[in-house]
Design a protein around this ligand. Structure first.
Ligand code: GDP
Ligand code: IMO
Ligand code: MG
Length: 425
């Protein structure tokens, strides 16, 4: 089986965890390549719910080697807790392999994330406050602590002394906050080193060897295309590259080894945090989507903003990721609406846009142009074959395929692992 990359095609929370888990049945390796514990991936198996933040969703299958690649930022306190949680639920976490080059989220990153947001006031991004942005800032300014640094106490102390001097100046002088002490941090992180030492590996080599041996590899994106630092709705984005290119830089594989790029999109669209959202619904329909879809964040519990499917944004995701197919999740939620709408273009500042606008000013003033499609008003949660779907549901899917130019190969009709309709190619 090929190397597959799985990408969020919207603003995150598309159901990547469920789709990754579904595909993992025949996978050997499942890799996270960017982000950290800002992600929250939900999987429901036989009524049991798993909410993974750092460990790849494939971990639930015993034959899978889960890998955290170099492009991720790791909060070891969260990782150690997540491993213990899995262990307590009968899932062996010791198969995990962690890149020695991944960056480490430190306590001052979490603190900076919180105070930076507070200082932005009305302009805040609405981050998950997990320290993600500040950790990537340090990576790119070359002041970061990497996983491998945790295993050399002398180097760790040296690097932390420099980093903390700088952070404490910023915390006290810019953000009027209290400074942090070096010794407790060193002690805490040396403890994590002890807990994680057996799992650290050259994960790029591991992936190369797996590819050479013809193994099945899935790359599980976190966040989504519109949250990408380069291609998303900047500055209301995360600090990494969830888009397909990120899978190669974030793991150390070559782009020519990727065979299949699956976009995951809800049958409608949601967003947590601030930033532009052309098809957002502020009315009763939007509130119904929140309620029916259980649209509350897996990580922060925040209410997700909801709207009709945005085909302009989805076409954009097809383009910037090179998507070869789509997995459409939560089609069951649309069963409750008489008439469905899909955004097919934007009107902004007196112009029509068929392509996703690059300028923030245009994006902020967008009013979607909608097409209406009939709903099906029938419960589809027990349907397991494409032919078993109501005519209007098939037409909805056909409409989307026509608009975006790629096939919809998987359809989600419920949150549990088996509530999936697979279509043959
Ligand atoms: P992720 O971050 O992309 O993995 O998505 P989340 O797990 O944060 O959010 C998706 C939510 O939708 C979770 O609560 C899933 O259990 C749920 N979900 C996924 N697919 C489906 C589906 O096809 N139908 C329904 N009703 N729920 C789904
Ligand atoms: P998964 O993988 C949805 C959003 C935050 C905020 C912005 C920046 O579950 O789809 P950050 O903490 O990353 O600096 O926050 O990105 N965000 C997500 N939204 N799903 C996620 O992950 C997200 N991870 C970050 O709400 O708007
Ligand atoms: Mg999520």
């Amino acid at each position: 089986m090929p190397t597959t990359v799985l990408i969020g095609a919207q603003w995150g929370d598309e159901g990547k965890g469920k789709v990754t888990d579904h595909l993992s049945e025949s996978a050997d390796v499942v890799v996270r390549y960017q982000g950290g514990n800002n992600a929250g991936h939900t999987i429901i198996v036989d009524g049991e719910r798993f909410a993974l933040t750092l460990i790849p969703s494939g971990v639930l299958y015993p034959q899978v080697t889960p890998v955290i690649g170099n492009g991720c930022v790791i909060d070891p306190s969260v990782l150690v807790a997540e491993m213990a949680e899995l262990d307590s639920r009968g899932i062996d976490p010791t198969r995990l392999r962690i890149s020695a080059n991944a960056h480490v989220i430190m306590p001052y990153h979490r603190k900076l994330d919180a105070v930076m947001e507070r200082f932005l006031g009305q302009q805040q991004i609405g981050t998950t406050k997990r320290g993600i942005g500040p950790a990537y800032m340090d990576k790119f300014s070359r002041h970061g602590i990497r996983v491998q640094d945790l295993f050399d106490p002398k180097i760790l102390r040296q690097k932390l002394e420099i980093a903390l001097k700088d952070k404490n100046r910023v915390l006290t002088k810019v953000y009027n906050s209290l400074p942090m002490d070096l010794e407790p941090i060193i002690e805490e992180y040396l403890g994590y080193a002890e807990s994680l030492k057996d799992y650290v590996a050259d994960t790029s080599l591991l992936l190369w060897e797996a590819q050479q041996a013809g193994k099945n590899i899935i790359f599980e994106g976190a966040q989504g295309t519109l949250l990408d630092i380069d291609h998303g709705t900047y500055p209301f984005v995360t600090s990494s590259n969830p888009t397909a290119g990120g899978a190669t830089t974030g793991s150390g594989i070559g782009p020519n080894t990727i065979d299949r790029i699956v976009g995951v999109a809800k049958a409608y669209i949601t967003r947590v945090g601030t930033g532009p959202f052309p098809t957002e619904l502020h009315d009763e329909t939007g509130a119904q989507m929140v309620e029916l879809g259980g649209e509350f964040g897996t990580v922060t519990g925040r209410r997700r903003r909801c709207g009709w499917l945005d085909l302009v944004a989805l076409r954009y995701a097809v383009r910037v990721n090179g998507l070869t197919e789509l997995a459409m999740t939560k089609l069951d939620i649309l069963s409750h609406f008489e008439t469905l709408r899909v955004g097919v273009a934007y009107d902004s500042l007196g112009e029509r846009f068929d392509n996703f606008p690059r300028q923030q000013r245009i994006l902020y003033n967008c009013h979607p142009v909608y097409e209406e499609l009939p709903g099906w008003n029938t419960d589809i949660s027990e349907v397991r074959s494409f032919d078993g779907l109501p005519k209007e549901a098939k037409e909805y899917i056909a409409y989307v395929e026509q608009a975006i130019g790629i096939p919809v190969r998987m359809i989600g009709v419920g949150p549990s692992r088996d509530a999936t309709v697979m279509r043959k190619s």
